[in-house]
Ligand binder design. Structure first.
Ligand code: FMN
Length: 190
């Protein structure tokens, strides 16, 4: 396997975010074939179609689009807000999807993990996000699914995964994603 660069998007801006802690844990557990890097999305201005015309794109959008283009795959780690995708993450998806015909997401293999202190593990957000990924032509790993509930009990005081069971699940998940990326990149787009 060659090295694949994976852009990690965290759907929470909260300082003590469980999702960010999980994203960091996945980064540490990833096999050598994947290089995970968190891409910050909190500073992206809200998407506005008026600025899609030639030469009008806002500089942070252009920088974001160029940055995402340089990655081979996409990993989304997100909470659920009101049974759906947090606005900050949906905004990043929308910004990257335009101007029409120039989406930066097209063909990049992806995976979705949702993390919540609640019992349902962010299932609603996870699947709403998958709905957008179908349209954006991001082949999203189907298995293993990852709806991580009761998140408050999963991390120790330093923000590390607190027990063997979740550590093993996370490691298995990111290794399965490595295989998914390899499969899709070997026949996929640049
Ligand atoms: C606006 C808002 C809506 C929320 N809606 C849900 C929800 O629908 N389902 C859920 O499991 N948790 C919901 N929560 C609780 C979040 O799961 C919780 O705040 C979680 O810690 C956010 O993820 P983070 O720790 O990565 O910031 C909501 C929180 C906020 C602030």
């Amino acid at each position: 396997m060659s090295g694949y660069k994976i852009a990690v998007f965290v759907g929470s801006l909260r300082k003590e975010s469980f999702n960010r802690k999980m994203a960091k844990a996945l980064t540490a557990l990833a096999p050598e074939s994947l290089k995970l890097e968190i891409i910050e999305i909190g500073g992206l201005p809200l998407y506005n179609q008026d600025y899609d015309d030639e030469g009008k794109a806002l500089p942070p959008w252009t920088a974001f689009r160029e940055q995402v283009r340089s990655f081979d795959g996409l990993l989304f780690v997100t909470p659920e807000y009101n049974r759906s995708v947090p606005a900050v993450l949906k905004n990043a998806l929308d910004v990257g999807s335009r101007p029409y015909g120039k989406s930066v997401w097209d063909g990049k293999p992806g995976a979705v993990m949702s993390v919540s202190p609640g019992a349902i593990g962010g299932f609603g957000a996870n699947h709403h996000l998958r709905q957008s990924l179908v349209f954006l032509n991001v082949p999203a790993m189907q298995q293993p699914e990852a709806y991580i509930g009761n998140a408050a009990s999963l991390f120790d005081e330093s923000g590390n995964l607190a027990n063997d069971s979740i550590r093993e699940f996370a490691a298995n998940y990111v290794h399965a994603f490595a295989a998914w990326v390899e499969t899709n990149r070997s026949g996929g787009k640049q």
